[in-house]
Design a protein around this ligand. Structure first.
Ligand code: UT7
Length: 332
């Protein structure tokens, strides 16, 4: 009998309506469309506008779409894991809020925060519950409202990030498809180069922390870039080697969308032609945990049963990893 694997059986996605273009950014900060495009590949990003809306509202839309596509009732869901760096609140978990908004009353849920790698960590964690036979339907969400922690006076960060959410459903598969392997890594020494200075237990919010703009993303871009290029490419090559995969065996690289130059370097290291690499950074920017599921959402119709996919990410922490998936259904 085949081992029970956790397979993705449906994908949902959502980006807010408002589009913040490079042209609009040129009117806010000292930058140019040419600089942003050549250094990052980004042309525009979507921003969630509106009082009282947060990460859970985008995720709720993505999950509702997923349930509708799969034709299942919210009450059938056993577990919800929300990968996010921008939770609605410090507590309770955003997964709980999403479960309430969607009506997934039989599910328990929790958040995973590993910066840009939270979706990969969550996917691997959620898959364990399926593989053991404990649960039959697990939803993994990747969602971030990066605009909520963005300083729109800092041209080195605000040009990069956008808002968005994606969600996948994991179900048991005994045909040999699903999550095949994962390599997940972290190195906390990297925290110096990408973090949010205040608002946690070490430095709770005060008037001073707000005045000093310490509740925004702080990034030393060049250092993060160097680590990202090396580690994302290395771990992608490692997972290919460990699973005896050549570039011909791989149908798609699904990379974290942080910078087009990092994506290209990873694709080249894996020996993949550009047409096998999912790239939508030009439209959405870096949506942190939205990037990987939003790629799957956009490319779903082109995916075929048995396709070999490598998902790869790098983010704050530092955290990085790669996951090998055999796709379980034909897109429509
Ligand atoms: O997803 C989480 C992981 N994060 C990442 O993977 C991000 C990794 N880092 C990067 O993608 C890149 O480092 C950035 C896109 C953030 C920056 O690109 P860069 O090529 O590393 O630029 P830089 O920081 O070396 O800056 C080069 C120049 C500087 O000017 P000087 O000192 O040479 O005069 C910056 O002040 O570009 C200037 N600059 C800008 N100019 C126009 C920085 N931001 C801008 C801007 N517009 N928005």
């Amino acid at each position: 009998m085949q081992k029970i694997r956790a397979a993705i059986t449906a994908v949902g996605g959502y980006v807010p309506d408002y589009v913040l273009t490079n042209a609009e950014l040129e009117t806010i900060i000292e930058t140019t469309d040419e600089w942003i495009t050549s250094r990052t590949g980004i042309k525009e990003r979507h921003i969630q506008k509106g009082e009282g809306l947060g990460t859970s509202d985008m995720a709720t839309e993505a999950v509702k779409q997923l349930l509708q596509k799969r034709g299942i009732d919210p009450m059938e869901i056993d577990l919800v894991i929300c990968a996010t760096t921008t939770p609605d609140m410090q507590f309770p978990a955003t997964a709980n809020i999403i479960s309430d908004k969607v009506g997934m009353k039989n599910a328990f849920g929790y958040d995973v925060n590993a910066a840009c790698c939270s979706f990969l960590y969550s996917l691997t964690t959620g898959a364990q519950f399926i593989e053991t036979g404990l649960y039959k339907k697990v939803i993994i969400i990747g969602a971030d409202k990066m605009s909520s922690i963005m300083n729109y006076e800092d041209r080195t960060t605000c040009i990069i990030f956008g808002d968005g959410a994606g969600a996948v459903l994991l179900e048991p598969n005994d045909e040999g498809n699903g999550l095949m392997d994962s390599i997940l890594r972290s190195d906390g020494a990297g925290r110096a180069f990408l973090h949010q200075k205040a608002g946690g237990s070490v430095k709770p919010a005060t008037i001073e922390t707000v005045m000093n703009k310490e509740h925004y993303v702080y990034q030393e871009g060049q250092t993060v870039f160097k680590f990202a290029v090396k580690n994302m490419a290395d771990v992608s090559a490692e997972i290919m080697e460990r699973n005896n995969l050549t570039s011909d065996d791989i149908a798609w690289l699904v990379p974290h969308q942080a910078n087009l130059r990092i994506i290209s370097a990873t694709g080249e290291r894996m020996g993949l032609p550009a047409e096998k690499v999912m790239i939508n950074i030009q439209k959405y920017g870096n949506t942190t945990n939205g990037t990987l599921p939003l790629c799957l959402w956009e490319w779903e119709s082109q995916l075929k049963k048995g396709d070999n996919l490598i998902l790869a990410a790098f983010g704050g922490g530092f955290t990085w990893g790669a996951t090998y998936i055999k796709w379980a259904y034909d897109g429509k």
